[in-house]
Ligand binder design. Sequence first.
Ligand SMILES: [Zn+2]
Length: 406
Amino acid sequence: MTAEQIMKIFRDTAYVHTGGSAEELQAANYLKDCCAALGLEAHLETFEVQMATMKTAKLYADGVEVECKGYLNSGSHEVEAPLYYMPSNDKVSISQVKGKIVLLDSGMGAWTYKDLCENGAVGFITYDGNTNYVDWDIDQKELRSFVRADNPQIPGVNINAKNAVKLVENDVKTVKIVLDQDEYVGESRNVVMDMPGEIDEIIVCTAHYDTTSLSNGAYDNMSGCIGLLGLAEYFLSHPHRYGFRFIFCGSEERGLLGSKAYVAAHEEELKNIVFNINIDMIGSIMGRFIACCTSENELVGYVNYLGLEKGFQVAPYQDVYSSDSTPFADKGIPAISFARAAGGPVATIHNSYDTIKLMKGEHMVKDIDFICAFADRMANAVRCPVKREMPDNMKDKLDRYLLRKR
Ligand SMILES: [Zn+2]
């Protein structure tokens, strides 16, 4: 793919497409058409996701309305209670939450939610944005099913950072949250495409295509989807002993739901997967290229050598990556996630600033070339060199990431 063709895909997909929405389906069909344009046939695999339509979401601070968005799937309630600002979830802070609506500096994670519920909090407020940004954007958040887990539903709202500061600065005493929403089960989808090799074993390549509520998702992560298309195009004209399965994952931003659904629905076939190559955020104007290896540590050295051989800057390391590689790694499939990591000041994500403006077609081409070189080695190996087994340190990190251990 040329830089021009790549930039056209960014322009064609420059709209919000959150997991489970009609726009996500539109983006899925667009990617299917991109595969068809290469002469490859992709299909959609649907999976169930929890959805909600918010009818009313209000927040009042000492009687004055504050702009907010209600947490989807956090129930319908009307609650008035003292405001408690909790900047940290240490034991002292947690012991103060009973009967209160809690303002958090962090997003809503599973352990924090459990702590709040067990200690009697009656509601919560999170914020995003930045006090220095000109916008008053508020991301649409949800109470994820695995965050709620076995705990009760307590209402939550998300507000802009500027208003969060005001709540504390003005010593607001009482806040009231009113939520009214319809919750239901909907559908999200993965786009799956096969390129058989000479043997039955395959390498699975993943990249998510959904966005968060304010983002066009150019950098995060149409860039990775274009990376998959680049890999597919490369292997149309290069031999590969191992077969490929390409999965454009839906609902990653909602908690890796597409890749989790895929491994659950294809349990039997997982034994044929020798390796996972995941791409999540490449080709930005700024940033350093990283390779997160959820595998034995030997892969880190291998990628280092390949970077030196190709004259390509790459910083590999061993860790669990917060992306679609993780459900595969959790099934014992070694994984590598490629990204061009740029700092927030030059390429922020999960907000309205993630657009084509962050991207550079020529960087996309270079990044895809390196990923193809790496994939070529793996795909033509007599035996996939990466051990198909998770080392204990990665098993421990997976347990923590997937909330089996705190
Ligand atoms: Zn992403």
